[in-house]
Each structure stands twice: as C-alpha cells, then as structure tokens.
Design a binder for this molecule. Structure first.
Ligand code: BYC
Length: 475
C-alpha cells in the first residue's frame, strides 16, 4: 500500500504521481531518510515549529513559501528548473548536438560518480551542523541554521531523484549509501575532505556557509551546464536556495566583526586579550578561522591537474562556471592554463593543457568570488575606523590535495621549511585554544529579539518579519 500522498507530501514537478517505478524507489528510501534525519539531523529540535521557507513549485511565487513547520514534516520536494526548448550541448566533443534527456551508456559511470559526490556533501553538512542549535546566538540565527539544514536535506533528495530515476538498481544502492556514510567516521566517512571536518561553533558555521557553500555554488553552476539535461535543470533550481546559505555566512561573519569593532572602539584597544575579556572574538582569531575554512574549501575543487576533469568536460558532463558566457571555442583542445608548482623553494607558474587544469580554472573563479565578499567584511572595519583588514590566504596555503599537497606555504605565498611552519602555524591556523575560547562564548540565547554578546543583531528580519519575531516555537 502506498504510504505517501505524492502531490501533497512531496511537492514536485517531475510527475511523481504518474511514475510507479520512481514511487517504489522513494517508498523504500523515504523512511530511511526520515530515520537518518531523526538520528543525524538537528539535535533535540525535531519538535520545534520553525519559520521555514519551503519550495512548493518552481514559479517565482512558489519557491519561497514561509510558514511554521516541524522539521520532520518539512515537505522535501523534487524540482527541476523549467526546461529549455531544444537545448543544445554547448561544450566538449558533442558541442551542437541535442542535450540528453537520458544517459548515454558510456557516460553512466562518470555521471553517477559526480552525482554521488555532490549528493554526499548535502547530508554531510547536516551532520556537521547538528549540535549547533544547542548554542544558538538568537532565534533568528537558529531559524537560519534550520533553514540551511532542511534545504541541504532537499538537495540530497534532488540527487537521489536523479539516482532513482536514471540509474536503476545501482542508483538505488548509491542512494542508500548516501544515508549510511557519516561525516568524520573513520570507517565510513563522507567522500570529500572538508565534509569530514567538525563545525563545532557558530563562527565555524558562518565561515563554512560563506566558503564551503560557495564551493556548492561553483560546482552546481558547472553541473548546470551539463549535457545531461535533468542534472542541469536540477542543479539550476538548487542554486536558488544556495544563495541564502551564503548570505547566512556573509552576514553572520559581518555581524561578528561589527560586535568586535564596537568593543574595540569602546575600550580603545586592539589587544586581543582585552577584546576576549569583553566576550567578543578578536580579529586575529577570525582571520585564523578564515585561513582554515578557505584552505580546506579550495581543496574541494580537486587536483590542479586531473584527467577526470578533462574527461568530464570533453564528454559534456560538467562545464566551466558560466560556460555559455565565455568567448572561446568551448572545446579547449589547444588551450593552456597556468598551474602552480614549487620549484627550488619558490612557487612558479607552469602552463599545462587547460582540459587537464579545469579543476584549477573553477578554483580560480571561486577565489575571485570569495575575495569580493571579504572586501565587504573589511568595510565593517573601515566604517568603525579600525585599521585591521582580513585577507584571503594564498591559494597554495595549507593544501592537502593536488601538486601543492606536500609543500608548506605561508598565507602570503612563500614556500617555507618545516621549522618556519612550526614556528608560525599557531598564528596562521585556528589553534585548540582559539577554538576553546570561541566555544566558551557559545551559550544558548532564545528569547525573541535577544542576541548573544559576541554578535551584533542583523539589520532586518527574515521575509520582512521583525527581528524579535518568534522564528522558532519550542513547544
Ligand atoms: N577530499 O582527479 P581528482 C556542496 C579525490 S559542495 C577528498 O582531482 P576530480 C555543498 C577525488 O574524488 C560541492 N578526496 O578528482 C557545500 C579522486 O578520487 P578517486 C560538491 C578528494 O574527480 C556546503 C582523487 O582525489 N560537489 O554542494 O577531478 C554544504 C583524485 O582527484 C578531494 C562537487 O564536488 C577532496 N577535497 O575532482 C552542502 C561536484 N578532491 O576517484 C553542500 C562533483 C579530490 O581517485 N564532484 N579528491 O577515488 C566533482 O566534480 C569531482 O569529484 C571533484 C574532484 C571536483 C570533487
């Protein structure tokens, strides 16, 4: 017997009600998903009524429907952006041919691998963030955390839809495994490095949503170019939700900076110890958090030279960021691109075939985008008359993936030896003491309109609601 009322419970535009095979696959998977959510979703929050945005259709008025709902009752939907009539493949060896509505056999394994890797990050981030609700700085922030969590859940659904609909039994097995891997588990970890790191406090959460969700934006943009049309349309719709996650990160860090600057001005000091003494987070600590999150996130783009990346592009599975807007031949057979290598203790650029360097191309586009938001953070200090400026570390700093993985590079881009690294590591990356200090500030603030001491209130509420709106009812 069917356990799911398809159009009511799973808002969708993929004719779920008319697709028995897909229904059967989801009927198996959905109870396991809900069990995963109960075990690994937000800790102790399943009974809260949360003011959440739910996508109920892809029309402009439909993807942002606000209401108080319990998270386990959130209507995780399946949406593809509207199809483009007669869409053509616009890069790689199939350029000019019609986009695929089904998967060509020879690309099945690679597409599955890309979809699984993308899908794996979504539940991973929910697992990483599951205890943060216990130490929220306000109801407004708590609601934003939960919004991010349910949408990551929906993004998992989006990838599971593709696995169920297009990959038969293999796809169903992969979809199950997405619920079995666990962030940080030594035996069965999540696939990519950054998704096995801890997100232990709210400064880490804001850095994660600023930097790591932005990797999501760039990877999804590259997949939105795919010749496999259902993947392109699914990821395009996911991007509408991703923007809010990056907003949470950017505005969150800006509010932390605002409070720190207020304290520095009041005390007329730039002494980190005195700032900490007032219960605010000193600017050098914020810089060290930034260095960590930026470096683990740039690793997510993969090795700087990758034959996988060349295959994915050539076959038309994954494009570049804004592929359609680029003025080159979209085949790249003769194009070159500069990657960095350490030679005789110095970083030097070497040109390699661009097809093999496409991970680096995407990483560089990502870095440009990241830097512009940091300029906006620095405006907070500028306005406050505080001379400190945040900087993005060099892209070779603290790398674990690719050519630079075994080279020690300082944040300003100098190759350093083990002794210099050891002497400065504590100035460059958040230390256990920094993390313990930040953790010591994390108390739970839940009265409407109140904010923890270490963060300034936002300039406005969510969906034009007042800042002291009851975003979460605790029941
Ligand atoms: N950690 O040839 P390479 C998001 C592996 S974030 C561990 O460079 P390739 C989100 C690699 O898998 C967006 N392992 O690989 C954000 C390969 O393994 P195998 C997620 C790594 O294939 C916040 C080997 O090293 N989406 O949505 O060119 C919250 C050789 O590397 C890492 C995607 O990533 C790493 N960092 O590139 C929620 C898009 N990097 O096969 C969500 C889909 C590489 O030798 N994924 N490896 O065992 C891809 O396009 C590619 O898989 C990658 C890797 C760009 C990630």
């Amino acid at each position: 017997m069917s356990t799911i009322n398809y159009s009511e419970m799973i808002p969708n535009n993929v004719d779920l009600a008319g697709d028995r095979t897909l229904q059967r696959a989801l009927e198996q998977w959905q109870p396991n998903y809900l069990k995963w959510w109960a075990d690994m979703g937000p800790d102790g929050a399943q009974d809260f009524d949360v003011y959440l945005r739910t996508a109920v259709s892809v029309e402009p008025g439909g993807w942002a429907h606000f209401d108080h709902v319990k998270m386990p009752d959130y209507r995780w939907g399946i949406f593809l952006a509207p199809s483009e009539a007669e869409r053509k493949i616009h890069f790689g060896e199939h350029l000019g041919e019609p986009a695929w509505q089904d998967i060509p056999g020879e690309h099945r394994a690679n597409l599955r691998r890309i979809i699984v890797t993308q899908g794996d990050t979504e539940p991973a981030s929910v697992e990483q963030q599951r205890h943060l609700g216990l130490t929220c700085p306000s109801q407004y922030d708590l609601r934003n955390l939960f919004q991010v969590n349910v949408e990551e859940g929906r993004h998992l659904w989006a990838m599971v839809y593709l696995l169920h609909r297009y990959f038969g039994r293999d796809g169903r097995e992969e979809a199950e495994e997405l619920l079995q891997r666990r962030s940080g588990d030594t035996d069965n970890p999540r696939i990519l490095g950054a998704f096995n790191e801890k997100t232990p406090d709210w400064l880490a959460f804001f850095m994660f949503t600023y930097f790591t969700d932005r990797d999501g934006k760039f990877q999804l943009c590259a997949l939105a170019e795919s010749s496999f049309d259902p993947l392109a349309r699914t990821t395009k719709f996911m991007l509408t939700e991703e923007a809010h996650h990056m907003f949470v990160g950017e505005s969150g860090v800006a509010r932390v900076l605002q409070r720190t600057c207020d304290v520095m001005k009041r005390l007329e000091t730039d002494d980190p110890a005195r700032v900490r003494g007032e219960g605010a987070i000193d600017l050098p600590t914020i810089q060290r958090y930034l260095n960590f999150h930026f470096s683990v996130t740039v690793d997510l783009f993969g090795a700087d030279q990758s034959s996988n990346a060349a295959t994915f592009y050539n076959a038309g599975l994954k494009g570049r960021f804004e592929e359609g807007r680029r003025g080159d031949d979209h085949r790249l057979l003769d194009a070159q691109y500069g990657i960095l290598e350490a030679v005789d203790g110095r970083l030097v650029q070497r040109d390699v075939p661009m097809l093999n360097a496409l991970n680096e191309v995407l990483r560089d586009d990502y870095i440009k985008d990241s830097v512009s938001g940091i300029g906006r953070w620095n405006k907070v200090m500028e306005k406050a008359g505080v001379p400190f400026r945040l900087v993005v570390p060099h892209k070779a700093f603290n790398r674990k993936i690719g050519t630079l993985a075994n080279t020690r590079v300082s944040p300003d881009g100098r190759v350093v030896d083990a002794a210099e690294w050891a002497a400065h590591e504590r100035e460059w990356l958040a230390t256990p003491e920094d993390r313990a200090f930040v953790a010591s500030l994390m108390g739970r603030v839940v009265e409407p309109g109140r904010f923890a001491n270490w963060i300034a209130p936002p300039p406005m509420g969510i969906n034009k609601q007042p800042i002291d709106f009851q975003y979460v009812r605790f029941n």
